[in-house]
Write a new protein. Structure first.
Length: 133
C-alpha cells in the first residue's frame, strides 16, 4: 500500500492519524478500533512512509482502541517497532491501559517504553529522554 506524504503535514488513514510535534511522532488510532495483524501491517507501513526512513520517539494514543489480536501484538513488538527510538503509550480506559501494559510486560517492544494516562506527561518524557536526537 502506498501513501501520499507531504513533508511536516499530518497523514490520515482509516486506522490512525500521524503528526509530528516538536521532534515526536504522534500516532492517534481511530475510535473503536480492533487491531488485527492486517491493520498492524498497514499502520506500520504508513508510519514508516510518513517518517521517510527517519527514526522518532513515538506517542501511541491507544484511547480509542477496543482490542488487539495476539498476532498484531507479536508483529508490533518485533518487526513493527522498527524505526522507533522509544515509545510512550497513552491510555484512559481499562482496555487501553491493559494494551499498554501488555506491550511493557509480555510483548515488549525493541525500544524503551512507558505507559501514561496524561498526554502532556507522555510528551514530556519522550522529549526529555529521547526527543530531538
Amino acid at each position: 500500500m502506498s501513501f501520499e506524504i507531504r513533508k511536516n503535514q499530518a497523514l490520515a488513514i482509516p486506522y490512525m492519524t500521524l503528526t509530528k510535534q516538536n521532534g515526536v511522532l504522534i500516532c492517534r488510532f481511530t475510535d473503536k478500533l480492533e487491531i488485527d495483524q492486517d491493520v498492524a501491517l498497514v499502520c506500520t507501513q504508513a508510519r514508516m512512509d510518513f517518517c521517510q526512513a527517519l527514526s522518532y520517539p513515538v506517542l501511541f494514543d491507544l484511547r480509542g482502541v477496543k482490542g488487539i489480536s495476539r498476532q498484531a501484538r507479536e508483529y508490533l513488538a518485533g518487526e513493527g517497532s522498527r524505526m522507533l527510538i522509544t515509545a510512550a503509550f497513552l491510555g484512559d480506559s481499562p482496555v487501553s491501559m491493559l494494551i499498554g501494559t501488555i506491550f511493557q510486560r509480555i510483548n515488549r517492544l525493541l525500544v524503551p517504553t512507558r505507559l501514561f494516562a496524561e498526554e502532556e506527561t507522555a510528551l514530556h518524557w519522550l522529549r526529555n529522554h529521547y526527543g530531538n536526537n
